[in-house]
Each structure stands twice: as structure tokens, then as C-alpha cells.
Design a binder for this molecule. Structure first.
Ligand SMILES: Cc1cc2nc3c(=O)[nH]c(=O)nc-3n(C[C@H](O)[C@H](O)[C@H](O)COP(=O)(O)OP(=O)(O)OC[C@H]3O[C@@H](n4cnc5c(N)ncnc54)[C@H](O)[C@@H]3O)c2cc1C
Length: 187
């Protein structure tokens, strides 16, 4: 979808696994997004769709996979969706995005009935799942973006006209930072 936009000049540079060794040479993306879950990728996608070709985005995630809590785990021959079991749409904009992703086969309406036990309530709404796995939607969103996995950003520091992002592999710089990392749990 991004690739069809005139002037869209993001190279696919997704790096799975041992990327940190490969990424030691720092460059300065204009925008660093922390978190490759639905929020971070939605942000990257919106910026990418609105951006000029020279707008350079990198998405960092501490995990080895994309999707955050829209997660799928693998165990031998088995795989499990682990995290969100389905999602709903609360806005026309997200609804339009889901319709587009449904057309591309990344999302399905969830046909199951919600059984209410006792006095439990469940909102009547169209429910969606990413298909065939819960992480498929986020993987598709990340596809045209630069994603740097296994990279936990542990600190941010102002540095000249940019920011210094600290992680175990060394120093990374960015002009702007957007973090979708969840707040630490309250003690
Ligand atoms: C069991 C369960 C059931 C759920 N059920 C539903 C549901 O039915 N319907 C629904 O709408 N939602 C549901 N949710 C919530 C839904 O999964 C989340 O709201 C949504 O996926 C959150 O997306 P996010 O991008 O905000 O955060 P996340 O998916 O958590 O993404 C944040 C990302 O940031 C990364 N990160 C964090 N800290 C750092 C760091 N320091 N450096 C680099 N990367 C970092 C993480 O690895 C993660 O990938 C459920 C969640 C769970 C766990």
C-alpha cells in the first residue's frame, strides 16, 4: 500500500534477530518511534503516508518480533495468539483502515458469539482478529518500514538539535522521538 504512493522512498530494511551488530553504525533518522506494536506502527504509518520522501523513520522494539501485545507465540508445531484475543473499532477512521486490511486478507471479522456468564456484560460490537495470526496485521504494517528489533531503548537525552537514544548496542540519534512503550506498572 505504501509502496504505491508516488515518491514514497522508504527502503525495506527490517532486520530480524541479530540486527544490533549490523546496525552499529549510527545514522540519524528524522523520527525514531519506540515500540512496534499497533500504536507505534500506526504512528509510523500515518507519518509515512503524510511525509515527504526524505522523511526518514526508524521503529525500535525491544522484542524479537513485531506486534507487541498483538502477539503470537510458537511452540514446536503449535502456535498461540497470546495477548489481545480480538479488537473492535471505535472510529470511522480505524474502521476504514480495518476495511482496507480486510480487503488485503490481514484482518477478519470474528464470528464467534460472546457468552455472558452470570451478570457479565460484553458490548455488542463487530469484533475483528488479525489473520491468520494475531501478529499478521502489525507485520503487514511494518513491512515497508525500517524496524530495528531486539533493541531496548533505556534512556533519552537531548543532544544538539536531536536526541540521543541509549541502548545496549550503542548510540543512536534521531531528530524527533515518539514512544509507544507502555508506562511501567504502578507499584
Ligand atoms: C491478554 C490481553 C487481552 C487483550 N484483549 C484485547 C481486546 O480484546 N481488545 C482490544 O482492543 N485490546 C485488547 N488488548 C489490548 C491490546 O493488545 C493493546 O491495547 C494493544 O495491542 C496495545 O498496543 P500498543 O502498541 O499500545 O502497545 P504494545 O502492543 O504493548 O506495544 C508496545 C511495544 O513497545 C515495546 N517496548 C516497550 N518498551 C520498550 C523499550 N524501552 N524499548 C523498545 N521497545 C519497547 C514492546 O516490546 C512492545 O512491542 C489485550 C491485551 C492483552 C495482554
Amino acid at each position: 500500500m505504501f509502496k504505491t504512493l508516488a515518491g514514497f522512498a522508504f527502503a525495506k530494511r527490517s532486520v530480524y534477530g541479530q540486527h544490533s551488530k549490523l546496525m552499529k553504525v549510527s545514522r540519524m533518522p528524522k523520527i525514531a518511534i519506540i515500540g512496534a506494536g499497533l500504536a507505534g506502527l500506526s504512528c509510523a504509518r500515518e507519518i509515512a503516508l503524510a511525509a515527504r520522501p526524505e522523511m526518514d523513520i526508524a521503529v525500535y522494539d525491544k522484542s524479537r518480533g513485531i506486534g507487541g501485545r498483538m502477539a503470537t507465540r510458537y511452540a514446536g508445531a503449535y502456535e498461540f495468539d497470546h495477548g489481545a484475543q480480538y479488537f473492535t473499532s471505535g472510529s470511522d477512521r480505524f474502521g476504514a483502515f480495518l476495511a482496507e486490511q480486510t480487503g488485503q486478507g490481514h484482518v477478519l471479522q470474528w464470528p464467534e458469539k460472546i457468552q455472558r456468564i452470570g451478570g457479565a456484560s460484553a458490548r455488542d460490537a463487530v469484533r475483528y482478529v488479525s489473520a491468520p495470526r494475531m501478529n499478521t496485521l502489525c507485520k503487514a504494517m511494518a513491512e515497508p518500514l525500517e524496524t530495528v528489533l531486539n533493541t531496548r531503548i533505556s534512556g533519552l537525552e537531548r543532544a544538539g538539535d536531536g536526541w540521543h537514544l541509549q541502548d545496549e548496542a550503542g548510540n543512536r540519534m534521531a531528530r524527533l522521538i515518539m514512544s509507544s512503550a507502555p508506562c511501567p506498572p504502578r507499584k
